[in-house]
Design a protein around this ligand. Structure first.
Ligand code: ATP
Ligand code: MG
Length: 415
């Protein structure tokens, strides 16, 4: 079997990588709490229609990226490719639509069948927020400000640029869509095969194409601005002035669109040039039609999701975890005493490593390998005196310390 390899597009998070991921997740969770966003956790699989209907059958996600299977009971289920639809489903299932505004934060794995490359996996992780029930631009401004603050807190504010666009209200969007179809239909033969397909199904997506020929055409395509009605124009102006008031810089990108069908008004991405082609680290927008599309009442919504893997590549080395104390018993009696001593030291908040087996030299090698701050050597003679030998592994200094005074002594070491 091709055994003992992770499945294509998945990866193990060894402790060093797991630490970076945790730093991203915890920073985001703490920052979201400052804005009153509470954590929600929904299942990682749902009935397939939870995703297929709202995301739209002509999107890349639904047409080719979903992990869908029939379970043993004959139910069609899908591993979640994103979490907005799951959160909205949870709001509806739990009857929360009366208690708006709803503000949720989430963090967890997502699954998409994609071609793996740097910053692109089949199992990846996202943090995200959803703000439901607020139709005014304040909501857009707050979720963008929250995303911005998280990136600042992670120390990568200087490495990203906020790109902002509007897709207008449904009326504007329909007018623009018609204009795009007209423009590209007249140049159908110049489009890539993918984009010829998009022309029938999801023409806005052509603007997002990475095909060089498509990109040349896109440069001359009509822009949304000419098709925005007054209400859409006003909404966008209010979002922009709110960001100005907060001193959050943005770049207007009139070609920014989102892959999913349910977006209206604001769309935004924080992008970096430091990750090659996979430059989008945080992306979101307003999705006023989604709740209704999923069978709920008419309810506004705005949110974003960010890829933890991409953020983890950008952050500086997280602060080190506290260094361990290695307990090194010599002899059987000491072995037994070490077990209880380890617990007492942990009660005092110290990180304690028991080497478990081997002679003195072997255990000291392990203490060095894990970067222990000090070793506590327990021999029969010392035990008889109620003491242990403390070896400072940075300075090499060695002294005998009474067991009762050990915890206090160790905490002064600077771990
Ligand atoms: P892309 O254009 O890179 O495919 P997308 O539009 O499909 O992105 P979204 O659905 O908006 O991405 O997801 C939000 C964020 O989640 C992305 O900006 C990215 O940081 C991350 N992300 C999306 N797909 C993947 C993946 N396959 N592997 C790693 N991170 C991902
Ligand atoms: Mg994608």
């Amino acid at each position: 079997m091709p055994a003992l390899q992770p499945a294509r597009g998945t990866q193990d998070l060894l402790p060093e990588a797991a630490r970076r991921h945790r730093r991203v997740g915890e920073t985001a969770r703490e920052t979201a709490a400052l804005y009153g966003f509470a954590e929600i956790a929904t299942p990682i699989f749902e009935f397939t229609e939870v995703f297929s209907r709202p995301i739209g059958e002509h999107t890349d996600i639904v047409s080719k990226e979903m992990y869908t299977f029939t379970d043993r009971g004959g139910e069609e289920v899908t591993l979640r490719p994103e979490n907005t639809a799951g959160v909205v489903r949870a709001v509806l299932s739990n009857g929360l639509t009366q208690s708006t505004p709803l503000k949720f934060f989430y963090s967890g794995p997502m699954f998409r069948y994609e071609r793996p490359q740097k910053g692109r996996f089949r199992q990846f992780h996202q943090i995200g927020v959803e703000l439901l029930g607020v139709a005014t631009p304040q909501a857009d401004i707050e979720v963008i400000a929250l995303g911005n603050r998280i990136l600042q807190a992670l120390g990568i504010g200087e490495r990203v640029v906020l790109e902002l666009n509007t897709l207008g209200d449904p009326e504007s969007r329909a007018a623009y869509r018609a204009a795009l179809v007209g423009f590209f239909s007249a140049r159908r033969s110049e489009l890539s095969e993918d984009s010829r397909r998009r022309l029938e199904t999801n023409p806005l997506r052509i603007l997002d194409s990475k095909d060089p020929g498509d990109m040349r055409l896109n440069a001359d395509a009509p822009t949304f601005d000419d098709y925005l009605n007054d209400a859409s124009r006003d909404f966008f102006a209010r979002v922009a002035s709110g960001l100005d008031r907060l001193g959050i810089a943005y770049r207007r990108n009139p070609r920014l669109v989102r892959g999913l069908d349910y977006y209206t008004h604001s769309v935004f991405e924080f992008v970096t040039t430091d990750l090659g082609a996979q430059g989008t680290v945080l992306a979101g927008g307003r999705y006023d039609g989604l709740v209704e599309l999923m069978g709920g009442p008419s309810m506004a919504g705005v949110g974003w999701a960010a890829g933890i893997e991409r953020l983890a590549l950008l952050i500086a080395e997280p602060p080190p975890t506290p260094r361990a104390i290695a307990l090194v018993p010599i002899g059987e009696a000491a072995e037994a005493r070490a077990l209880t001593l380890a617990e007492q030291l942990r009660d005092a908040g110290l990180v304690v490593d028991l080497g478990y087996s081997g002679n003195l030299a072997r255990r000291m090698r392990r203490a060095n390998r894990i970067g222990a701050r000090a070793a506590v050597l327990l021999g029969d003679d010392e035990l008889a005196r109620g003491a242990a030998t403390l070896r400072d592994l940075d300075s090499g200094a060695q002294s005998e310390v009474a067991l009762g005074a050990l915890a206090a002594h160790l905490t002064t070491l600077g771990l």
